[in-house]
Structure formats: C-alpha cells, structure tokens
Design a protein around this ligand. Structure first.
Ligand code: FES
Length: 583
C-alpha cells in the first residue's frame, strides 16, 4: 500500500475531532445530535469516531455549469465512506453566471460568508468544496481559508467543445464574435440560432480560458485539489474518479489536520498568479486572488501581478488569447504539463492539500500536443500577457490584457466618447449620429463595485454598429467594470478608484484626449491638473444604489478592485481556533 505523504504528520484521535463535541460527549445536547442523526436512518456505527466531512455543493437547477454535481456528490460520498469518513452534504447558494443579475460578483462575498458559517456552525471536521462556475470557486475558497478546516476543492470541469457547422465554438468568446458578425450583417438569424444550439452541449463550466478555467487552474496550483483535477472535462469518466478520490483524500487530511494555513504561503500565491499568466487567464483572477490571499494573511497586490507578468511566457494556446479549448488542453497534457514547462518560475517545494509538494504533482508531466500547450522555447508571447496601468485616470491601478487586443492599439491616443452608465451606453451606442470613429476612446462610468453595483462584466464595451460595418473589430475602451474572461479587446478594466466614489474616471468629458501606453503601463487623461481639480470640486456624489438588505451591507463594506473587492470586515485574520463554546 502506498504511504500517504501526510503520514509524517501527527494523527488525531477520534476525541480530537471537532465533531466529537457534537457526537462524542454524553450530555443532553449530544443526545439530540445522535437521535436526530438516527432519525435520518443512520446507525451510530455509521459516524461514531469518524471524521464528519461537509460537502458544500453549489448544485442548482439554474446553474448549467454544475448540472452534473448531483452525480458527482454521490461519487465524493463514495470516496468518503470508503476512507472511513461520514459525509454530510450541505447545499450552498449557486452563483450561476449566465442567469444571476446584475452580476454574480455582487454575491461572491455572500457565498464566501455562507461557506464559512456553514462550516463554523455545524459539526464539520473537513470539507469538500464543489464549485467551478466563475465566482463559486473564489467564494468557496475564501470561506474555507477563513474557517481554516481541512479543505479540498472538486472543480466542476470544463464542458465539451461547442460545435457549429464543423467549427468549434468557445463559450463567451464565440458569442461575442458572432454577435458582432450578426450586427454587421455577416451571418443570418438562422446561423445565430444554430450557434445558440451548439455552443453549450454538455455539463461543465465554460471551456475557454475564461474565469472558471482560470480560477480552477489557480486553485489547483495553490494546492487545493488533487493533481490534474482542474483540466478534466466535466463529462469525462476520469472526472467522477477524481471526485471519489477527493472524498478519500479529505478523510486522510482530517486525521492529519492538513489545513489551508499549512500549505498556503506567499509563494503559493505567486505560483497561482504565474500559472494564470502562462495560461493567458482571465483578468477576474486578479480581483479574486487578491481577495483570497488577503483572507490567508498575505499581501498580494497589483504590482506583483505586473512584475510576474513581465517574466511569464504565455504558453496555453486557448481562447480568447489563442485558438484551442479546454478539452484540447486536457488531451494535450493539461495544467500539469504547462506547469512543468514553467517550473523555473515556480516554487515547486510548496505543499498541496494532500501533503505532496507541487513538484511531486507536476514532475515530468508531458505535453502531447505542443501547438495547444507551447513548449517553453516557443511561447505565444514572451511575457506581458497582462499589464497593470497607472496614471491620472487610474491612480490606484487598472488592468489590460495585451495578449487579447489588437497590437496597434497598445500605444494609442484619442478623444473620449463618454457614457455615464450602462443604460446610457445601451441607448446611444448604435445611434447613427454618435460622434465616434475608430480612433475614439469609449468610456463607461458607474460600472464599478459600488456604481453598477457589483462591478459586472460590462468592460468589453460594444463597438458601435456603424464602425462594425466599416470592419472595425477593436477599439480602446475604458471602464471601472470587469470583463468576462472569455472576452477580448483593448479594454482597460478595474479602474480604481471607481467613478461612483469620485475617481478620476467620473471626471472625463466627451472630447477629452486619453492616452494609453501599455509598454509604459500608463493610462492618462490629457487635461491640466488645475482643470482636473476644478472638475473634482464640482463633482456631486450620486445616490447609493441600495438602502436596505444585503445590498446595503454590500455598499457599506465593499472594497475597491485593487484590494480584491472583499468586505472590509472579512479580510483580516483567519478564523480563530478558540470558537465560542457549543451548547
Ligand atoms: Fe458558468 Fe461560464 S457560465 S463558467
């Protein structure tokens, strides 16, 4: 039998388990816990002295990315039972990217709080986190990091490639692409319907290198999954095997008390950022990884992203930065093969949740298709797949993805065309009389964490129809919004501070000249400081968007994009081990 890498660590006795306080003592309260467990058909021999493993499952009828989780949770349970644990499924809110309005980002912190409080308030010794659709991954991990119980993540896995008239379709990326072609009159309504029917044809999350694939890959690199877990397509039989093995692994992790704080380090967050950059991953990862690292007590900031971006080559030839899809990536060797290619940029001695080092997880992983995963000496881009911009328009930073924009726009100067909010943009962008040309810079205000609110993925601002018809497919666009990881274009995002709280983006007026210089990492409004100060003095704060409920809590405590958009009261310390007495 193979020796567990965790066997070097001390092993708990059943009396040391957190759940012992619910099940193992002899008082009236524990009588209630046992009798109510018996009520569900369990005999005391099913759980006595065993680790109780919570399974936080974000399955929902309205989340197509997790539609296979009903089956996967049974596979996770199978692994837990086989390893001698007691599985307890705990459904949590599902942040369904395609359906939730105004944006799932508004609710990321709510799911993080739910995950943390489920674990705190119930007899959980360890947890299997089941997520994958964009915000579910960072949310579950933020909660688990704060609670700091043994935790393993089961990624939903990407769906299969989309299919349309013999061509592959990528989630999101091809929606934007063909929507532009439809608006330009290059495809018919019937073509558009065929695309609708073929673009999402199995369970699983988006199969481009969008936010979901980016975040699950970052999660694997951080050490929260079994080796290779993030790349397996959702319908593949190996995905079910991974779920079951994860169930087995968490039981061992509980016995040896392997918690997030035992393997997360500043270096493991650097590893995750480096992986995201080599993948050409979503800009959303910046916000999420900053939030996660702050939960773990590490200071990851925008400058670190930019520094790592300059030296990390882009190796994954995946849409939207490249040509292929996640299914191809898996067959080409997956994340392990990519990480082995950039091993000199990683701290491979970092531990993972199973007690293996990252080195042991990726050692000698082969590339089977080196057009999908480029070898180190043949990158798509040498470095700089992501850039952090600063300037008088974004004093606290903004981001852009140079790998997914037209190169001629990397140094650009043009007059601003300003939209004061999303509705203003939607109503005027296609007006034939709008004064705009390919040289203009489109500006959207009020799309940030407080302004929208929730910082939706509006950052890939639409190109006016009249310019599309002229063949224009990319323009410089600026907002305090985020952009879908599946999007592309010369979009300056996450401008901080945001316009709604009086950031300089709020002060831009039609016709102002804006200069973007990706090489110099600058984004500037070319007006005098005196004029900028005068506009600031005349600026009037808009009313808050919520006055009650969760929205009011959100507005009171949400932080800006450069700080990860966590709530100020959640970020600080990991959960204390001296929890209140349980009665
Ligand atoms: Fe769920 Fe894209 S819609 S990952």
């Amino acid at each position: 039998m193979t020796k567990s890498p965790l066997s070097e660590r001390p092993r708990k006795s059943p009396q040391d388990l957190r759940s012992h306080r619910w099940y193992g003592v002899n008082d009236m309260r524990s009588f209630g816990h046992r009798s109510r467990t018996a009520q569900m058909g369990y005999h005391r021999t099913d759980y006595a002295g065993k680790p109780v493993i919570a399974i936080i499952n974000t399955w929902s009828d309205i989340n197509p990315c997790h539609s296979h989780f009903k089956q996967r949770v049974e596979e996770v349970k199978r692994g837990i039972w086989q390893a001698g644990g007691f599985p307890v499924e705990m459904p949590a809110m599902s942040l369904s990217e395609p359906f939730q309005k105004p944006t799932t980002m508004l609710y990321r912190n709510l799911l993080a709080m739910e995950a943390e409080e489920l674990l705190r308030s119930y007899p959980a010794d360890g947890v299997v986190l089941m997520g994958g659709c964009d915000k579910t991954t960072p949310a579950l991990l933020m909660g688990a990091i704060s609670m700091n119980l043994p935790s393993i993540f089961v990624p939903a896995g990407p769906m299969l490639r989309g299919d349309y008239k013999g061509k592959f379709l990528g989630s999101g990326s091809d929606t934007w692409k063909y929507w532009a072609e439809l608006r330009a009159g290059n495809i018919s309504a019937s073509d558009w319907q065929d695309i609708e029917d073929g673009i999402a044809r199995s369970a699983g999350h988006c199969m481009t290198m969008g936010t979901a694939s980016t975040m699950t890959s970052a999660t694997e690199t951080l050490g929260f999954t079994l080796a290779g877990a993030a790349s397996i397509p959702a319908p593949d039989a190996r995905h079910g095997q991974m779920a079951s093995l994860s169930g087995k692994a968490i039981v061992e992790m509980v016995w040896h008390d392997m918690k997030p704080s035992d393997f997360l380090t500043q270096a493991s967050f650097d590893n995750a950022v480096t992986a995201v950059l080599a993948l050409g991953g979503s800009t959303n990862a910046i916000v999420h990884l900053i939030a996660m690292s702050r939960r773990a007590g590490f200071a990851l900031d925008l400058d670190r992203f930019d520094a790592l971006a300059r030296k990390t080559p882009l190796l994954a030839n995946l849409r939207p930065s490249g040509a292929f899809l996640m299914e191809d990536f898996y067959y080409a060797g997956g994340l392990r093969a990519l990480l082995w290619q950039i091993r000199d940029l990683l701290s491979l001695d970092q531990l993972t949740c199973t007690g293996q080092s990252l080195f042991e997880q990726v050692k000698d992983a082969e590339i089977y298709h080196d057009e999908v995963i480029r070898r180190r000496d043949n990158p798509l881009i040498e470095g700089g797949s992501l850039a952090v911009l600063r300037g008088n328009l974004a004093p606290n930073g903004a981001v852009i993805k140079p790998s997914a924009m037209e190169p001629h726009l990397r140094r650009h100067q043009g007059p601003a065309v300003v939209f004061k909010d999303y509705n203003d943009m939607a109503s005027r962008i296609d007006e034939p009389g709008l004064h705009i040309d390919a040289n203009s810079v489109i500006v959207l205000q009020s799309a940030g964490p407080q302004g929208a609110p929730g910082m939706p993925e509006w950052g890939q601002l639409p190109i006016p129809q009249k310019l599309l018809k002229q063949g224009v497919r990319d323009m410089v666009r600026i907002s305090d919004a985020r952009m879908s990881g599946t999007s592309y274009g010369a979009c300056v995002l996450h401008v901080s501070p945001e316009s709604h709280i009086g950031g300089p983006l709020a002060l831009v007026q039609d016709g102002d000249i804006i200069r973007l210089d990706v090489e110099d990492r600058r984004i500037d409004l070319m007006i005098s400081e005196t004029e900028l100060a005068a506009r600031k003095a005349a600026w009037v704060a808009p009313p808050a968007k919520f006055s009650r409920g969760y929205g009011a809590l959100y507005l009171k405590h949400i932080q800006q994009a450069d700080q990860g958009c966590d709530f100020d009261f959640l970020q600080a310390e990991p959960a204390r081990s001296d929890e209140p007495e349980i009665h």
